[in-house]
Every structure is written in C-alpha cells, then in structure tokens.
Ligand binder design. Structure first.
Ligand code: ZN
Length: 146
C-alpha cells in the first residue's frame, strides 16, 4: 500500500497539470514500514521532480529518467536514511493505466504512480508494481492521508 499525504498527492497532480500536454515525472522518497500482519506500508515523505529526458515532441505518453539524476536521487535518499520507493509520471489525456512502454521500462520493487491529466485537469491516480516473475503490473492501493 502506497501512503501519500494530501499535500504530496496534490503536488503530483499539480506537476502533471504544469507539464500538460507533456508528461511530468519524479521520484517518491520515504520509508517502507512493516506492519504486524506482515504487510508493508510504503510511506512517501517527499517528492523529487525529475527531468523527462525525451525531447518535448516525444514526451507524449512516455517518459525516461535521466540516469545521472536517478543516481543522484538514490544517493540523496540514502544519505538521509531514506529509500527511493518509486516513481510517478503523468498521462496527458490518457487513463491512469501503464502503457506497454511503461511496463517494458519498469523495474521490480519500485512503485509506479500514474496520474491522468484530462484536458489539463487532474483525474485518477493509480500505482503499480511489476511482478518480477510474470513481468506484468499489478495495481497497488493508494491511501491518501489527510
Ligand atoms: Zn506512462
């Protein structure tokens, strides 16, 4: 389960709105908190906007993290005793469902949050985890905490 506070949830939506009709992307940093029942609450504490390294005209419906930025964000999180829990990006005028491109470029472990931006307004947000064996995404619940 991915836990996002209302301000962080709103921040992802607003980055998507600002990037529209292009895609925003960024990293979610925080901690995995194991629960007594064996489940894990994945608590996001902050967001790090990243550069979509595709050219502007290619940004529609795909994003790619800049590898150097990715290394930097992992370093920063580690130095603060935190984890990079996953990545978010927006889908302009498309549903909040991962594309084939997203699936092919996903890594196991990380949460992939997708916010749908329809006609410039935030719509659904979903999160996905890649199953290492089947290489398919399964949906992860997002809890928006007030
Ligand atoms: Zn996508």
């Amino acid at each position: 389960m991915l836990i996002l506070s209302s301000p962080l949830y709103g921040q992802i939506e607003q980055e998507g709105v600002r990037a529209y009709p292009g895609e925003c992307c960024g990293a979610m940093i925080g901690l995995d908190v194991p629960q007594a029942d064996g489940s894990v609450r994945r608590v996001v504490e902050r967001l790090k906007p990243l550069t979509n390294s595709f050219e502007k005209e290619e940004q529609y419906h795909r994003f790619r993290l800049d590898p150097l930025e990715y290394i930097q964000v992992e370093k920063e999180a580690g130095a603060a005793g935190k984890l990079v829990l996953g990545f978010y990006h927006s889908h302009p005028d498309c549903p909040a469902k991962p594309s084939e491109y997203d699936r092919h470029h996903a890594w196991p472990y990380y949460s992939y949050a997708i916010v749908s931006i329809l006609k410039g307004e935030p719509a659904d947000m979903t999160s996905w985890l890649l199953n290492e064996t089947t290489e398919q995404f399964s949906q992860e619940e997002i809890t928006r905490q007030t």
